[in-house]
Design a protein around this ligand. Sequence first.
Ligand code: STR
Length: 414
Amino acid sequence: MKCPHTAAQAGGTVVIDPMVRDLDGETARLRGAGPLARIDLLGVPALAVTRHADARRLLMDPRLVKDLGAWSRWRSGEVTHAWPLIGMIDAGRSMFTVDGDEHRRLRAKTSQALTPRRLEAIRPAVERFTAELLDALEEGGGDGAVVDLKAVFAQPLPMRVVGMLMGVDPAENAMLTRQYKKFFSMLTPQDERLALLADLDVFYAGLVREKTARPADDLTSALILADEGGEPLTEEEVIGNLKAMVAAGHETTIGLILNAVRALLAHPGQLRKVLDGEVSWEAVIEETLRWDTPTTHLLMRFATEDIEVGDDVVPEGEGVVVSYRAVGRDTGQHGPDADAFDVTRPAPVRHMAFGHGPHICPGAALSRLEAGIALPALFARFPRLRLAVPDDGLRRLPVMTQNDLEAFPVLLDA
Ligand code: STR
C-alpha cells in the first residue's frame, strides 16, 4: 500500500519563507523531508521534488501537466488571483504553460532561434554590451569607490541581450527591469502585482502590433510570421512567448553571473586555478548552475492521476514544484560533498538547472553564451575584484522562486 502521508509524517511540512532568511537551511530541511516534500507556499500546500533522479523522471511524465485547470486547489477556489504566486503559473498561453503537440508548436521557432549555432551571430553584440558595461563599472568604481556589480553589470547585460533578441526598444529596459523586480518581490502587494502584469500585457501587445506592421530581424517578428504551410501563432500566443522570454531571459542570467562571481570570490584557490587557465570558465558556469542555481523552485505542474514517487504518491489534482536548489545539492547524484562548490569536479557535471524533458530551458545556450563572455571579461579587466562587504553580509531579495541578491557591492582594485 502506498500511503500519501508517509513523508508528511516523517518530515513534516516545510514552510517556504517568503523573506528567504535561511535558504541553505531551508534547502537542507527540504532534502530531509524526503523525495516528495510537503511544502507550504504562502498558505497553499504543494509537493516538492527534491531528488535529481525523481525530477528527471517526473519532468518526462505526461501525467504531470502545466494546465492550471488540472489543479484541484484552483478548481475548488482554494487558490485564486489573490495568491501572490499565481503569476508564476497563470502567465498566459505560451510555451511555458502548454504541453504536448500544442507545446511543440508554440516552442518550435524559439528553440530554433536559440541553438548554439544560431547564437554565434549575436556573440559580437554580447561582447560589445559587456565591454560597455565594464566601462560603466570602471567609471562607478574608480578611485576605490564601492560599486554595485548587480545594478551596473549583471542586471543590465541580460536585459540588453534579450531585449535585442526580441526587438524591444532599449529605452524600455529600465522600465522592464523595474517591473520584473516588483513582480518577483514578495513585498509587493498582490493588487499592485496584478496591475503591473496588466500594464506589461499592454506594453507587449503594443510591441506585437508594431512588429506586425513593420517586421524586423528579431524573434518577435519571427513569432508573428507564419511558416510556409505552418499554423501561425495567435496574438495571445505571441505575447505569451514574448513575455516568457523577457522574464526568463533577464531574471535567471543575472543570478548565474552574480552567483559565479560570488562563488569564485569566496573560493580564492579555485579562482586562481581559473585565472591560471587550469580550469575552464565552462566548468565555473556548470558548477555554479548546480551549486547556486538561479531557480530555487519552479512552479508548478499538476498530476492528472495518482503518480508514485518512491514509497510515496502525488495524488491526482495536486500541485508539484521542482526544487532545483535541493536537486542541485542531491548527494545521490553529486556525491557526499554535494554541498561544496568545486570547479574541479570531473566533467560533465550532470546538473539539472535548465530542467529536463519537453520544457527544458530553450535559452540554455544563450545564458551560457552570456556568462561565458561576461565572466572572463570581468576578471580580465579587474583581476583583483573583491567584495566590499563580508560574503555573509550579502542580502537576498524576498523572492520565493528565484535565487536573487539585493545588491553585490564590490571594490574593483583596478
Ligand atoms: C514570469 C511572469 C510572466 O509574465 C511570464 C512568465 C513565464 C516564464 C517564466 C516566468 C514567468 C518566471 C521565471 C521563469 C520563466 C521561465 C523560466 C524562469 C519560471 C512566470 C525560471 O525561473 C526558470
